[in-house]
Ligand binder design. Structure first.
Ligand code: ADP
Length: 781
């Protein structure tokens, strides 16, 4: 599901593989159905050893025997165990071996607190033993382990180890790293199965890598609930670097006496090599067809990160040298793995950063920035390794990949808005525990990571993750009988049982959002906000430039028209002078031409006057006062009184106009322009009827004024053109003539007030001109 989206190979391989097909899979577990039993069991006080060695507990001061495993006599050839107690070590192991032990002990010094130290090899009762010693409360534990038949040449092991570490360092990615580590560990130890097991944040775990011998069932990809590896077992793993159980079928050998005489308590074997394991553990191993096993912890920053577990179907006693090599490798794994994991996290962080950069470029290139965000939907998904994403912006919703339905996402946005805690980023891997409605869409969004783009606005980028159980495939045969086994009335879990338990424990949960992802989401939000701000800034800049160039244009128009008037007056004066003083010489034709010159200069003067007027409206500040528009209209009609009478027009004023803040001179001018046009352009129609009024149609309460006539009307195609300066739709002198600036000036006056001026008209249907004198409420954003 995530493979082609560049998810790192490591987690994806785990998720994709679902190769559980067989019996038991948990490599170490002391698990029965009452898990609390297990958590309480104090596995370090087992009071017994495994039979592949013998143990003596010695007083540190004089090496007197305090406790001994019951097999000392048979295995080491010592006198009867009871007779050893209280005696010096010489009595148990003979003078020679005892002397060697004392010598080696003196050399080993005091470094006995961190677990068994190998002292020497000793021959006792015809067998060879490796001897180990370490300190516990109450004395020194001397362990003598039988040396198996095969002893590996150390030099070979060393060079192999050396080569392995080199290869591990060179691997790319955690997956390859663990694959190689398992393979090499199997080579070192001879087990038929070696697995790397990783703990998740909630304590559950899964098998992330595995190496198996031919014909051995794979457990790769299996998940286990946290309870499968109980707390005491974990504590033990963190304490000792290697846990060796050559034969799960062993008979435990009791330690005599049961209580340590120095402490009067049970012997703490936390670090002991021979410690007998919990019967629940050994039974469980047997239950899953394993006889030989070995477990090593993987530590990261002092905490248990995971385990390396080795299994063998028949008993396997791994010689000390090989165990040392394996243990050393496990140490190296812990160190290298931490570095690899950090590198992988770092890579992911870089990848998120690169995707964000890409998104930012793509947003900046689009006039509407969020189109850049959704342009390549893979980008938003890839950004955080998710299967689904959504973008809610300015009332629009875009869904990408696998997401809940639109209605669900909208409701979720509503819920997010309502729970707003002021944080820009919100993430959860168990949404339905906070928001019950989410249980309807676990298959797409059991987890959500949401960033709010702008405070108090329902604008979000969201990523979704499906429920974990839904993405882990169960490839096993569901009819396999091995669900659980009952031993002495105790029900033991099988892998299938474990898997079911784990599935239950992850119900309603998605893969968690990592810190890197949360940080990435916050980074993307910051980037988007920056783009929004930049675009707003650019718009602002454009507006400022526009108004500046308007002012410049107005100043230019003013200066030009002002300067043009001088020479024009000169032409007019000289032409009139010629007409008056030299009429005789000019003759009929000359006079007519001069008449035209005078007429044209007059007309040009009018045009210049209009232009001056137009520029003045743009340049000069409005003088805004509270004005009763009814009175302003009275004044306008007064100016037009003669023309109204001439046209025999009917003026209708359905109701009083309101008092509003405006520049009354300019508004009077608007009324004069509109009413005079209404008078002009009704010639040839029925009796001219002009209605002037206002409506409260606008939601903000900004009144809309109108002037309606029953005149000749204007074709829709001309509705905008009539506002061009000097534009007339008719011949120069038709309809009483005009300069074509009246509407341009009227519109500009309305706009200077923050309002607008528009019309509704059709040819032959009369016209209604509308205007406002304040900004109207825009569409809600
Ligand atoms: P002018 O009236 O001086 O020509 P305007 O700018 O006032 O200039 O009007 C531009 C054009 O719009 C007019 O020439 C006319 O064709 C058209 N017009 C304006 N008002 C009306 C109206 N009430 N009815 C029909 N046409 C009109």
């Amino acid at each position: 599901w995530a493979g082609e989206r560049g998810r790192t190979k490591y987690p994806e391989a785990i998720v994709n593989s679902g190769t559980l097909t067989t019996k038991n899979a948990v490599m170490i577990t002391a698990n029965n159905v009452d898990l609390n039993n297990c958590d309480r069991e104090q596995v370090q006080f087992s009071g017994a050893v495994q039979p592949h060695g013998a143990m003596l507990v010695l007083a540190e001061t004089d090496l007197r025997v305090l406790q001994a495993s019951a097999n000392c006599a048979t295995l080491l050839g010592t006198p009867a165990v009871d007779s050893l107690l209280g005696q010096p070590i010489e009595h148990a192991l003979g003078k020679d071996v005892a002397r060697d032990i004392r010598d080696h002990l003196a050399r080993a010094g005091t470094d006995l607190d961190s677990g068994p130290v190998h002292l020497m090899r000793a021959t006792l009762a015809g067998s060879v033993f490796d001897t180990f010693i370490h300190r516990v409360e109450g004395g020194l534990i001397l362990e003598l382990e039988i040396v198996g038949s095969e002893t590996a040449p150390l030099l070979d092991l060393f060079s192999q180890l050396h080569a392995t570490i080199g290869r591990l360092q060179a691997t790319r990615g955690l997956q390859a790293f663990f694959d190689l580590a398992c393979e090499q560990l199997r080579w070192f130890t001879g087990y038929d199965r070696v697995m790397a097991y990783k703990f998740m944040d909630d304590g559950s775990g899964n098998i992330v890598a595995e190496s198996v011998a031919d014909g051995v069932q794979s457990y790769f990809g299996l998940h286990f609930p946290a309870s499968d590896i109980p707390v005491p077992a974990r504590r033990m793993f963190a304490l000792s670097w290697l846990r060796h159980l050559p034969n799960a079928d062993y008979e435990p050998v009791p330690i005599v006496p049961a209580l340590n005489p120095a402490t009067n308590g049970p012997l703490d074997q936390s670090r002991g090599l021979l410690r007998s394991v919990s019967t629940m553990y050994s039974d469980y191993l047997k239950n899953m067809g394993t006889r030989g096993s070995m477990v090593m912890p993987l530590m990261k920053e002092g905490a248990l990160w995971g385990l390396i577990a080795c299994n063998h179907s028949v008993p396997l006693h791994v010689p000390h040298e090989r165990r040392m090599a394996a243990e050393f490798l496990a140490h190296m794994l812990s160190l290298l793995m931490a570095a690899k994991e950090d590198a992988e996290t770092y890579d992911y962080r870089l990848r998120i950063g690169a995707t964000i950069d890409h998104l930012v470029r793509s947003m900046a290139a689009e006039p509407v920035f969020h189109h850049g965000l959704i342009k390549s939907e893979q980008n938003l998904l890839r950004c955080l390794n998710t299967t689904g994403a959504a973008l809610a912006i300015k009332g629009e919703l875009f869904l990408m990949g696998r997401t809940p339905g639109e209605v669900h996402v909208k409701n979720l946005i509503g819920w997010l808005g309502a729970r707003d805690d002021g944080q820009a980023v919100f993430g959860t891997d168990r949404l339905s525990s906070l928001y019950a409605d989410a249980s309807a869409f676990q298959d797409t969004a059991a987890g959500v990571l949401a960033v709010r783009l702008i405070p108090h606005r329902p604008d979000y980028v969201m990523w979704f993750r499906p429920e974990i159980g839904q993405i882990v495939h169960w490839a096993g045969n569901p009819d396999k009988p091995m669900e659980s086994t009952e031993v002495n009335g105790e029900i033991r879990l099988s892998p299938r049982g474990s898997f079911a338990l784990w599935k239950q424990s992850v119900q309603g949960r998605s893969d968690p959002w990592t810190n890197v992802e949360i940080q990435g989401a916050a980074d993307l939000r910051r980037a988007i906000v920056e783009v929004i701000l930049q675009q707003a800034e650019a718009l602002d800049q454009a507006n400022r430039e526009l108004s500046r160039s308007n002012v410049e244009l107005d100043s230019f128009a003013y200066a030009a028209s002002h300067d043009l008037r001088e020479p024009l007056r000169g032409i007019n004066n000289y032409a009139s002078f010629l007409l008056r003083g030299h009429a005789e010489q000019l003759g009929e034709e000359g006079r007519a031409k001069l008449d035209t010159i005078v007429r044209l200069t007059k007309r040009m003067d009018e045009l210049i006057e209009s232009l001056l007027h137009y520029s003045r409206i743009g340049r000069l500040d409005l003088s805004v006062v509270a004005a009763d528009l009814d009175i302003v209209l009275d004044e306008a009609l007064m100016t037009l009184a003669a023309r109204i009478t001439d046209a025999n027009a009917e003026i209708v004023r359905p109701r009083r106009l309101p008092t509003i803040n405006c520049d009354r001179i300019r508004v009077r001018e608007v009324f004069v322009n509109l009413v005079s046009n209404a008078l002009k352009y009704s010639k040839g129609t029925d009796r001219c009827r002009i209605e002037i009024g206002s409506t409260e149609a606008d939601v903000t309460g900004t009144p809309v004024f109108y002037v309606r006539d029953n005149g000749i009307g204007i074709a829709a195609a001309q509705h905008e053109r009539i506002f061009d300066i000097f534009r007339r739709l008719h011949g120069r002198d038709a309809y009483g003539g005009g300069s074509g600036v009246g509407l341009t000036i009227a519109r500009r006056a309305a706009e200077r007030h923050g309002g607008r001026l528009w019309l509704d008209s059709a040819l032959g249907q009369g016209s209604t001109f509308y205007f406002t004198l304040a900004p109207e409420a825009g569409p809600a954003i």
